[in-house]
Design a protein around this ligand. Structure first.
Ligand code: ADP
Length: 550
């Protein structure tokens, strides 16, 4: 709403300016004004200076904004400044009689040349805008061609006036004594209409002043200079004055648009500074939080190491007394069996059983704490060999339940062979232990989704141990990997609840993941990833485990 009102006021301003200037024309015949050649030279000198400043500023705008309008206006005004300067010089007292044409021809023609040059450049600036609108970035024109064109035109004009005798330009018998003035006048008019239609004059400071300058230029050409019947008469001087005013209006437009740009840059800079301060605060907060997390992690690592040390020392030192208790109980049961009654034998049996379980627990705990403490650096080993070693250790159990154990070809991997064997031992051991009534089938291989042919290029492999045992309910898929977590009572299946925790620790130490997929009653598949033998560049023990279990 506001903008529309402002546009209306502006448009009224344009009309009023045009009308007022034209009305001034009616008053002029009554004024018998006559200035001089000196006044003319001074006016042209002023026009030259303003045109130079306008040209330079428009080119600066072009280089900061890269739009064709400023390029044409900049080049146009620089050329016009040169032509105006030339016009001032050739019509000055000092050069009288030194050029082939009389002052009466030289003055109007060199004036028209400068006016035509500028009007065509402004018109071209509007055409160039239309091209840019149509073609976007591609429509942008190379400045070199435009500078060269403007330069050549200016030099040709100089030479033309200096060397060629000019025909008369004033026709006292006509109502419009200088009809040639209508040619630049027509270009100014077309450019005015073009820029009005472009419709940026409502919002863009520069264009709103440019339109006013074009109206003044048109009136200057069509109303005043065309009517000038003699040099230095009233029409002549007003036309010169209007030319200066039109240049000044363009200059005001440029200054206003520059001010607006600086102003918005300042506002943006302020926003940026505020945002920057906020960011810095955020960065500081984050750094503090990171420091706190690092501190916690250190504390955790320290207490973890202490716990591991404790578990290791405790399980290691408990082994000896436990062995003693166990063997004493066994000796008691053997040597005093006939001296004890049933209750005595029962209690001794409990003690032997308890000591045995305690020994297994302590021994598993020792294995668990040794994974990190006593692990060897991973080297390239055959996963198949490690698996076969585990199967040999389990031979008795395999035979006992007549299990069918199949080992598919396994790749070479980067691992501590003893730990890899331990991993297979626990997984295959569980597969045998948690069997159903049918013949236990255990299968060990590389995950089928990773073709074996790719072996050489893989960073890691996914191996699996599959059984057809009792299976696991999905809700326990994660819990079973936690130390001491068992899903069955010792009377159903013996065990300590440490086996899978050891597996997890071994896999993580090698930078891999361990998880289970299972259907209760149909069997389970334990998957684990392990670096390939070729992945020597990534030190596996330093890799971050991604997830403990899926
Ligand atoms: P343990 O076997 O000594 O109880 P583990 O840590 O090896 O301890 O296993 C934890 C639990 O996971 C077991 O108690 C059992 O319930 C379940 N589990 C492990 N392996 C299997 C398997 N192959 N099939 C079914 N359940 C299994």
């Amino acid at each position: 709403m506001e903008r529309r009102r402002a546009g209306r006021i502006q448009r009224t301003g344009y009309v009023a300016a045009g009308a007022l200037l034209t009305a001034g024309f009616a008053a002029l015949p009554q004024v018998s004004w006559r200035s001089s050649r000196e006044v003319h030279t001074h006016m042209e000198a002023v026009a030259t200076c303003i045109a130079l400043v306008v040209g330079a500023m428009a080119l600066v705008r072009f280089y900061s904004k890269k739009n064709n309008t400023f390029l044409f206006i900049g080049a146009g005004f620089i050329g016009t400044a040169l032509l105006d300067g030339y016009h001032a010089v050739v019509t000055s007292v000092q050069l009288t009689g030194r050029l082939p044409s009389a002052l009466e021809a030289l003055e109007p023609w060199s004036w028209v040349a400068s006016r035509l040059f500028l009007s065509v450049c402004v018109y071209l600036s509007w055409l160039a805008w239309r091209r840019e609108e149509r073609l976007g970035e591609q429509g942008r024109m190379g400045e070199t061609a435009i500078y060269a064109g403007a330069g050549v035109l200016t030099v040709l004009t100089f030479l033309f006036f200096a060397l060629i005798p000019l025909p008369p330009a004033m026709y006292p018998e006509l109502f419009f004594h200088r009809p040639a003035e209508f040619v630049p006048g027509a270009f100014f008019l077309i450019a005015t209409i073009g820029y009005l239609k472009k419709d940026r004059w409502r919002t863009d400071e520069f264009e709103s002043w440019l339109v006013l300058a074009l109206i003044v230029s048109f009136v200057c050409q069509a109303v005043y200079m065309s009517r000038s019947g003699a040099m230095f008469d009233g029409y002549f001087d007003v036309a010169h004055l209007l030319k200066i005013v039109s240049y000044a209006l363009v200059l005001i437009g440029l200054l206003a648009s520059m001010y607006r740009t600086f102003d918005s840059v300042a506002v943006q800079a302020e926003h940026l500074a505020t945002a920057n301060a906020g960011l810095q605060r955020e960065v500081q907060d984050r750094k503090k939080a990171e420091a706190r997390v690092a501190e916690r992690a250190n504390e955790l690592a320290r207490s973890n190491a202490e716990l591991e040390q404790f578990a290791y020392v405790a399980s290691h030192d408990l082994q000896e007394p436990l062995r003693k208790i166990s063997s004493c109980c066994a000796a008691l049961a053997e040597d005093y069996a006939d001296k004890l009654d049933d209750d005595g034998r029962k209690w001794i049996g409990y003690a032997v059983d308890g000591a045995d379980r305690m020994r297994r627990l302590v021994s598993d705990l020792l294995i668990y704490s040794r994974v990190a403490k006593k692990g060897k650096p991973p080297v390239a080993v055959s996963a198949e060999n490690a698996c076969r070693t585990a199967i040999e250790d389990l031979q008795e159990a395999i035979e006992e339940c007549a299990a069918d154990v199949t080992v598919h070809p396994l790749p070479r991997v980067l691992a501590d062979e003893t730990q890899l064997s331990q991993l297979f031992l626990n997984l295959i051991g569980n597969a045998l232990k948690y069997r159903c009534d049918n013949v236990p089938c255990v299968e060990i291989g590389v995950d089928a989704t990773q073709p074996h042919e790719d072996v050489a290029n893989r960073d890691e492999f996914t191996l699996y141990v599959r059984d057809n045992g009792i299976g696991i309910e999905p809700e326990y898929f994660e819990r079973i990997f936690v130390i001491f977590q068992r899903l069955h009572h010792k009377t159903e299946y013996s065990g300590t609840g440490i086996g899978l925790a050891i597996c997890k620790k071994i896999v993580e130490r090698h930078g891999g993941r361990l998880w289970v997929e299972s259907t209760p009653g149909r069997g389970s598949t334990f998957f684990f990833t392990i670096p390939s033998a070729g992945a020597t560049k990534n030190e596996p023990s330093h890799r971050q485990p991604t997830a403990a279990a899926h």
